[in-house]
Design a protein around this ligand. Structure first.
Ligand code: SAM
Ligand code: DTB
Ligand code: SF4
Length: 392
């Protein structure tokens, strides 16, 4: 090795070792009480611990930019109380037909040019359907193939999937499937009555069995209690394999939905979460699912740059990029570019592995006893494994 390369590597080791860290074992045997204890830590302590865990598998300056596109908007038969697209609620959203392949590919190409490395297509469907939606599903498969051929990670959220549909999506090149549990099993029936928590879990297991990465998270601000937030994390963190992605959404109140009334009490006392509440949830997710990409999702319009910085510090490492989510607004691209610049953040390459960027380089580098004590006290077990896993 050339001497200058060796010097550079040695310098970077010193830098990395001061950031420090050892591999954190991924656990699936959390108890609800353990997660509650983490969630209840004093805020500064919680963020500090989450930031330390974050560095074991991720480069803390890397935040993935993803772009969302609603490929079929509105007219949904489900009754999710927060959603602008349910036909049960009178909102400003009009039902529109499925987008054409060309338009989708054009939007994905623009997203890639702007710096997004993941493209997520959403449809307001209860499920993909057996017979009636065959044509629509065939066109989604084409969209998946097309976006994948652009070199982007491709995610879809289309409602419930059968095992066979999941396999077809996998064969078309789907990277990940988004299907949120939204909240705890106990609170779920207050939010959705047209499907069950177990149906949601069944789709997640169909997705997993097909070899597609799982993206599943929730929403804060529905009127849930703190133990419902812990309950959601408990379900996700005790799945056989953790989801590769966990989106944390802040409720975006939509006029006409049962949770949309501003200024007066809506039926569940729903209220968008404060930045501190979002950060607490993100930090807890980061600690209990250390290798998962925690996606700071809907609701960023309500948070300042410094509030979002705190969320990245606590372990969030993805945002939706582009001025529209599915039907609601998202920060201007120029604002997000400024956010990245101010915080020295960089985007994530598509399909890049996690588990190597920090861990491999620093495991065994740091024998500091104060660091070990800190990690021991976190109720996370420590080992020196160098596991590597492709994410997306
Ligand atoms: N119909 C599909 C489904 O429900 O699985 C996919 C689309 S749905 C809009 C995707 C996710 O967006 C929901 O599961 C929910 O977590 C989130 N979401 C929808 N409306 C929201 C809102 N008003 N505020 C925050 N998150 C929202
Ligand atoms: C997720 O958890 N959040 C995104 C994505 N998965 C599909 C959707 C947010 C939707 C926010 C409300 C809207 O724009 O309609
Ligand atoms: Fe339909 Fe999904 Fe909205 Fe529920 S969240 S109403 S399933 S589009």
């Amino acid at each position: 090795m050339h001497i200058s390369t060796r010097i550079r590597l040695a310098k970077s080791r010193v830098r990395l070792s001061s950031l420090s860290t050892k591999a954190v074992v991924v656990r699936n045997d959390w108890t609800k009480q353990e997660i509650q204890n983490i969630y209840d830590l004093p805020f500064m302590e919680l963020v500090h611990r989450a930031a330390a865990v974050h560095r074991t598998y991720f480069d803390p300056s890397e935040v993935q930019r993803c772009t969302l596109l609603s490929i079929k908007t509105g007219g949904c038969v489900e009754d999710c109380k927060y959603c602008s697209q349910s036909s049960r609620h009178k909102t400003a959203v009009k039902a529109t037909p499925t987008l054409k392949l060309e338009e989708v590919l054009e939007r994905a190409t623009k997203a890639r040019e702007a710096g997004s490395t993941r493209f997520c297509m959403g449809a307001a469907w209860r499920d993909v359907g057996e017979m009636k939606d065959r044509k629509a599903f065939a066109s989604v498969l084409q969209m998946v193939k097309g976006v994948r051929s652009l070199g982007m990670e491709v995610c879809c959220t289309l409602g419930m999937l059968t095992a066979d549909q999941a396999v077809q999506l996998k064969e078309a090149g789907l990277t990940a499937y988004n299907h949120n549990l939204d909240t705890s099993r106990e609170f779920y029936p207050e939010i959705v009555t047209t499907r069950t928590y177990d149906e949601r879990l069944k789709t997640l297991s169909n997705v997993r069995a097909a070899g597609i990465n799982v993206c599943s998270g929730g929403i804060l601000g529905l009127g849930e209690k703190e133990n419902d937030r812990v309950g959601l994390l408990y379900t996700l963190a005790t799945l056989e394999s953790h989801p590769e992605s966990v989106p944390i959404n802040a409720l975006v109140q939509v006029a006409g939905t049962p949770l949309g009334d501003k200024g007066k009490e809506n039926e569940l006392g729903a209220n968008p979460p404060t930045a501190t509440e979002m950060t607490r949830m993100i930090a807890t997710a980061r600690i209990v699912m250390p290798k998962t990409i925690v996606r700071l999702s809907a609701g960023r319009m309500s948070y300042s740059m410094s509030e979002q910085a705190l969320m990245f510090m606590a372990g969030a490492n993805s945002i939706f990029y582009g001025e529209q989510l599915l039907t609601t607004p998202n920060p201007q691209v120029a604002m997000d570019n400024e956010l990245f610049k101010a915080l020295g953040l960089k985007g994530k390459e598509p399909f890049s592995p996690i588990g190597s960027s920090m861990t491999e380089r620093i495991v065994n580098d740091d024998n500091s006893s104060s660091h070990n004590m800190m990690m021991d006290s976190m109720a996370v077990r420590i080992d020196h494994s160098k596991s590597k896993r492709a994410v997306a």
